[in-house]
Design a protein around this ligand. Structure first.
Ligand SMILES: *Cc1c(COP(=O)(O)O)cnc(C)c1O
Length: 225
């Protein structure tokens, strides 16, 4: 068994009691590594750059579900809309409108998560709570029939402090629960809470995550040349 296949099966074995979707974050990794995970049964993969995502989509098996997890520029939306399974990183109404516009052209409904800013660092993208309420209470959910809001995504602060990470994840779960009671509609479906990466996915699942985005714990450390 290859190292990568072993990483995957250990990860699943340790999480036997949870229901979750594992999105294998394959950014910077070659197609051969993705194929090894694919051959081990992995079908959800995530990337953070549009060019890399579309290149990999073109080259790899068509039953892979591709997730966009990185900041998405509006002028690149058209490249991912035809095939993307879920966009985790919707961080503005303008972006949501652009996705709707491009999706309408090809008559495809695109599933999206709203990214929430939960970390201390202000380098991370995302809505704050008030902005989310404004967006969801406004006309956008009804006016944009080619996007479907499927939940929230968040990234915890990069820290060793487990209590802080737990606070941030629990806060996001609480927000998710409130929004899902408060805002309903034809193209709103509160199904996914995307939180947890290599360092904190166990904690995230304890706090109510439904979707974990794990890169280095599967593929090994990344080298950014
Ligand atoms: C890179 C990345 C991940 C995975 O990070 P690891 O620490 O390698 O598991 C998850 N989510 C997003 C948005 C990322 O950019």
């Amino acid at each position: 068994m290859g190292k990568l296949t072993k990483n995957l099966s250990l990860l699943h074995a340790a999480l036997g009691n949870y229901h979750y979707t594992l999105v294998a974050i394959s950014k910077t990794k070659p197609n051969s590594a993705i194929l090894e995970a694919y051959n081990a049964g992995q079908r959800h993969f995530g990337e953070n750059k549009v060019q890399e995502l579309t290149d990999k989509y073109d080259a790899l098996p068509k039953d892979i579900h591709w997730h966009m997890v990185g900041h998405l520029q509006r002028n690149k939306v058209k490249f991912v809309v035809p095939f993307v399974h879920l966009i985790h990183s919707v961080d503005s109404l303008r972006l949501l409108r652009e996705i709707n516009k491009e999706a309408a052209k090809i008559n495809r409904v695109v599933d999206c998560l709203l990214q929430v800013h939960i970390a201390e660092e202000d380098t991370k993208f995302g809505f704050d709570e008030k902005e989310l309420d404004d967006l969801l209470a406004g006309d956008a959910p009804r006016e944009l029939p080619f996007v479907r809001i499927r939940g929230l995504m968040g990234m915890a602060t990069f820290t060793e402090d487990e209590q802080q990470i737990r606070r941030e994840f629990s806060g996001l779960k609480k927000l998710f629960d409130r929004l899902s009671k408060q805002y309903r509609g034809k193209n709103i479906a509160w199904k996914e809470l995307s939180m947890g990466m290599s360092g904190d996915y166990q904690l995230a699942l304890e706090c109510g995550s439904t979707m974990i985005r794990v890169g280095s714990a599967i593929f090994g450390e990344r080298n950014y040349a």
